[in-house]
Design a protein around this ligand. Structure first.
Ligand code: FES
Length: 354
């Protein structure tokens, strides 16, 4: 038996006055915010997105998936107990749960006695498109066979776009809308094509509401907070300054990202930036390793993970996924996709990454 999952989409907006705070205060608030949210890693699945640049009435989304409703309340209380939380307001909130569809999916996993997936498993896609969805009441008085036929046309249209993945969240009884639809894709234009195509299906005539639509960009929590403006992380600004400075990148393509003194010698790592890319640096037995800072499973910040010197492996701080530091290959836990590794060169106490 699959356990039902509850899902929440929490959209937050920052008070513009926060951007006028002193830079050091902004940095401390950002770090404390990330630190408090990290405590929730074992209680729910949490994905963060920025909407800066895509919508005017909200700034960030925290997509949450949990086995019951309590973690959502605890997380929100924690958010509003932080100093940064005092500058945040909820712009939109949608609650629902994963549930088996009443319709048979043509040519899909629902056929042949195999039940369709009811778990919500966010993918590693760049974009998420979210909107509440309500059907006209006339839809529900149609005979089931008629609705099944209309849904088959609808589903067949959706399958023409395999690079767009749909999560259907059921909100009946829990929240104001009937569904929340969350589409994941790396290709924003494919999603637009899909929406246009779905407009031509018969089932679309029964749509009562499918707005507002939120176009969200997946990022680490650190990057989301930096997208709000104000002072960025100190290391990030230094890295950008290095990039900009003459000689920041040498002719062989290596860029100075930190000094040895800035990277802890055991256990943990340090996040640095190479342009817009976040990189996690680790020092083990006198050697420096550089890997992508984003876990391929749930986008946790890997520089906050722990390393084991004996096996030269890195453990993700969220769900314990493990990677081989030299190759970036998965070495245990829920991770399946390798992370990117970078070449490292030392020049005195300067660490250069290529
Ligand atoms: Fe799940 Fe890293 S985010 S193992």
């Amino acid at each position: 038996m699959e356990k039902p999952q509850f899902v929440r989409f929490l959209f937050l907006r920052v008070d513009p006055a926060w951007r006028r705070l002193e830079a050091g205060v902004q940095r401390v608030q950002k770090q404390a915010f990330v630190g408090r949210l990290k405590d929730f890693r074992a209680r729910l699945l949490l994905r963060g997105y920025s909407l800066v640049g895509t919508r005017g009435d909200t700034d960030l989304l925290l997509w949450q998936v949990a086995d019951d409703l309590d973690p959502f309340q605890q997380l929100e209380t924690t958010i509003f107990s932080t100093a940064l939380g005092g500058w945040l307001t909820i712009s939109h909130s949608y609650l629902g749960m994963a549930r088996r569809s009443v319709y048979e999916l043509p040519d899909g996993p629902g056929q042949g006695g195999v039940p369709p997936r009811i778990q919500v498993e966010p993918q590693d896609c760049k974009y998420l498109f979210v909107y509440p969805f309500v059907k006209q009441r006339e839809w529900y008085v149609l005979p089931l066979e008629r609705r099944q036929a209309l849904m088959e046309e609808h589903i067949r249209t959706g399958r023409k776009y395999p690079n767009v993945r749909l999560n259907t969240i059921y909100s009946f009884g829990l929240d104001d809308q009937e569904f929340v639809l969350a589409f994941e894709s790396d290709d924003a234009s494919a999603f637009v094509d899909l929406v246009m195509d779905l407009r031509h299906t018969e089932a679309s005539r029964y749509t009562l509401q499918d707005t507002p639509i939120f176009t969200c960009l997946q990022m680490s929590l650190h990057d989301i907070l930096d997208s709000l403006g104000g002072a960025g992380e100190e290391g990030k600004e230094r890295s950008h300054a290095r990039d900009r400075s003459a000689g920041g990148t040498d002719p062989s393509g290596f860029t100075e990202v930190a000094t040895l003194a800035e990277v802890p010698t055991e256990g943990s790592g340090r996040r640095v930036y190479l342009g817009a890319e976040a990189i996690a640096l680790f020092r083990i037995n006198g050697q420096v390793f550089a890997v992508s800072d984003r876990c391929s499973h749930g986008r946790a910040s890997l520089s906050e993970g722990t390393v084991e010197a004996e096996t030269c492996t890195l453990q993700c701080p969220w769900h314990g996924g493990r990677y081989d530091l030299a190759s970036g290959r998965p070495a245990g836990g829920p991770v399946r996709v390798p992370i990117r590794t970078y070449r490292v060169r030392l020049d005195g106490d300067r660490i250069l990454v290529g």
